[in-house]
Every structure is written in C-alpha cells, then in structure tokens.
Design a protein around this ligand. Structure first.
Ligand SMILES: [Zn+2]
Length: 363
C-alpha cells in the first residue's frame, strides 16, 4: 500500500515527538505520552511499537499498587543504537561509546604521536581501537563522530591542523567509514564537540568553552547552539594574537595565544608559566567577550589540572578588561580532558533522538 508523502513526514515528526517525551526526566506510560503530546492513544501506541522494534524504547514492567489499570513506564532502551565517539589528538587516539540514555559505557585513549605522522597509520590505529570498544559494549552502533584538532570544513574535511603538518585536506570521516564497514562517520572540531558536551551536561547556553592541550581551541555557544562561523572555522582562539612580538607559532604567525597558553609553554620549567598563560588567556578572552557578549567562560581540556593559579589569573585579566557590569563567570570544566570524545559520541545520540525516523528508514 502506498502512503502519501505528507503522511511519511508527519509520522517522522511524531516519532521524534514521542521519543523526545520518553527521553525526558519523568517516566511516562503510553497514556502519559498521549496526554503530553496531544496525539491519540492509538497513534502513540503505533509509534511506540515502531520505536520498540527499532530498540530505541523499552517498556518496563507495570507499576503496581495504584488504583485502576497499572501503567507501564517507557524509557530509552539502554541496549539500543549507541553513539561511537572517536578522536584524533595531537599525540593520542581515543574511542568511546555512549548509549541512548547518554551514559558513557566505555572509553579508551592510547598514545599515538601524529606530529610527524601521515594520516594512514593513525587512522588504522583509531579504527582498531573503535572496533575494540564496540565489541566490548556489544551494542548496535548508530553512527560515529570523530573529533579533530584543527579546522574542519562543513563537508567534514580536515583542512588544516597546525600541530599536524602532514594532515592537509584529509577526508577523515570517509576514510574511517571505509575502515569501519561503512558506518556513517562525521567529523568535527574537537573544541566544538567539547563545547557541545559542556552544554549537554547542563552548562551555560551562552559561553566560550576553551579546550587547552598542545593546541588551544574554543567552541562558541550562543543561545544553546554551537556557533560554527560561515565556514565552520569559528573559535580558533589559539591563533588570536596576544603579543605581536611574541614567539613563532606552528601556524606560521607570531605571538598567538597558543605560544603562551598551549601545553608545551604551560608545562615548561619556568617560573610564572601558569600565570603568563592565564594572563594571555584573559587577554584573548576579553576580546571574545567584547565581540560576543557571552556571560560565561569555561576552561576545559588540560586546564583544570593547572589549578586555581590559572583560574585567578584569567579572572583578574577579564575583570580588568571587560566592560560589562555583570562580569564574566569563569570556571573549569568538570568533564575532564576527554570532553571532546564524549561530545563526539553524544552528538550521534542527539541526532538519533532528534530524528529517529532517519535511523529506522536506513536499509
Ligand atoms: Zn598560531
């Protein structure tokens, strides 16, 4: 039987509506979902059956004790299609699996230095690690996102990574997809994915989230969504100039933030390295705050390991430079150095929740 195209669209929309309500904090039965969405009970039941068959939703045993017919609460199926997060760092590769309910099931990071390396060997190492974590969880995988330490265009191509000079215009997603049996693999900038992870963990909707490592990047959150810029390149704060006469940067420029606040300078055996990094971060961030009017700054990646000395230096610099009366909240991320990896896996889960029909329609 053929169905008019409009009905397909409505059904797809309603699948997302029902799944969104089931994913909410309150456990609801089919009747509860109908009341919440305004759909008929018959429609909800048919949609729920489809979601159960796709292993996106599971129905728990009925709760006893109350008056009337006991209601069976629905919830996201923790055995359902999960998100695979992958990361190519400057000197690591990582992989993790986040289930449909947002729980991190397994995460592994191994040393793998790419500063003088061509992409092929690293991608083979990463694909092997990915296969390991997927086998370990035993979960079906809906897709993957790979976090990359450089400029990723809207087409998912890693255009340039200043710390990985031999990685130029690399289509990392398709290369990994081939190695992972055709699994859809998207690519994103690591700082952007770390910023999204921050937001999904309940972080502020308007913020600059700085990711500190060998390179320094930022994700910009405006009104709860990522601001990627016209070409997906926004947030390259590591290459904002903080000292025009400063040291030469890997990007070819001079006096970039990364030359003072990147991991190699920060951990150098030099008095006041942390204070100097904090001051440079504060200078670059005051520019970002003035341009974007964001009330919050989150310092992630390796920065929390530097402790209050770094935080105090950033705060002092912002207080001295930023004009807003309310001030800017500056805090460390609580997600740890693998925030980008977790964000990459959660991005897949978020996409499934936003449009389960796309996954169900997949051959
Ligand atoms: Zn630079």
């Amino acid at each position: 039987m053929s169905v008019p195209a409009g009905q397909h669209t409505v059904r797809r929309h309603n699948l997302a509506l029902v799944l969104g309500v089931v994913a909410g904090p309150e456990p609801l039965s089919r009747a509860g979902v109908a009341a919440r969405t305004g759909l008929t009970r018959g429609t909800v039941s048919s949609l729920v059956e489809e979601l159960i068959e796709a292993r996106l939703v599971t129905e728990l045993a009925a709760a006893r004790g109350g008056p009337g017919r006991p209601a069976s609460p629905l919830r996201l199926d923790p055995r359902g299609p999960a998100g695979l997060g992958l990361e190519v760092g400057v000197d690591t590769v990582g992989a993790c699996v986040v289930d449909l309910g947002g729980t991190l099931r397994v995460r592994r990071t191994v040393a793998s230095d790419h500063r003088d390396d061509v992409p092929d060997a690293a991608l083979a190492r990463l694909a092997a690690l990915a296969a390991d974590v997927v086998t370990e969880t035993g979960l079906p995988i809906a897709g993957a996102t790979v976090a990359l330490p450089g400029v990723v265009g809207p087409d998912g191509v890693l255009e340039r990574a200043p710390n990985l000079p031999r990685w130029v215009d690399v289509a990392v997603g398709p290369a990994l997809s081939t190695r992972l049996g055709g699994l859809p693999v998207r690519a994103g900038n690591e700082a952007d994915l770390a910023a999204l992870a921050e937001r999904w963990a309940g972080g502020p909707p308007d913020a600059v989230v700085v990711s500190g490592g060998i390179g320094v990047g930022a994700g910009i959150l405006l009104d709860g969504t990522l601001f990627a810029g016209a070409g997906g390149r926004a947030g390259e704060i590591g290459h904002v100039v903080v000292d025009p006469d400063g040291a030469t940067c890997h990007c070819g420029g001079r006096g970039c933030l990364e030359t003072v606040a990147g991991w190699e300078s920060l951990t150098a055996d030099r008095p006041d390295a942390v204070r100097a990094a904090g001051r440079a971060l504060g200078i670059a961030l005051s520019g970002a705050v003035h341009l974007l009017d964001v009330p919050a700054v989150v310092l992630g990646g390796g920065y929390p390991r530097c402790g209050p000395l770094l935080l105090d230096a950033v705060r002092a610099e912002l207080e001295a430079r930023v004009l807003t009366r309310a001030g800017v909240e500056v805090r460390f991320s609580a997600l740890g150095p693998e925030a980008a990896l977790q964000g990459a896996a959660t991005a897949v889960v978020q996409e499934v929740l936003a449009d389960p029909g796309a996954l169900i329609a997949r051959p």
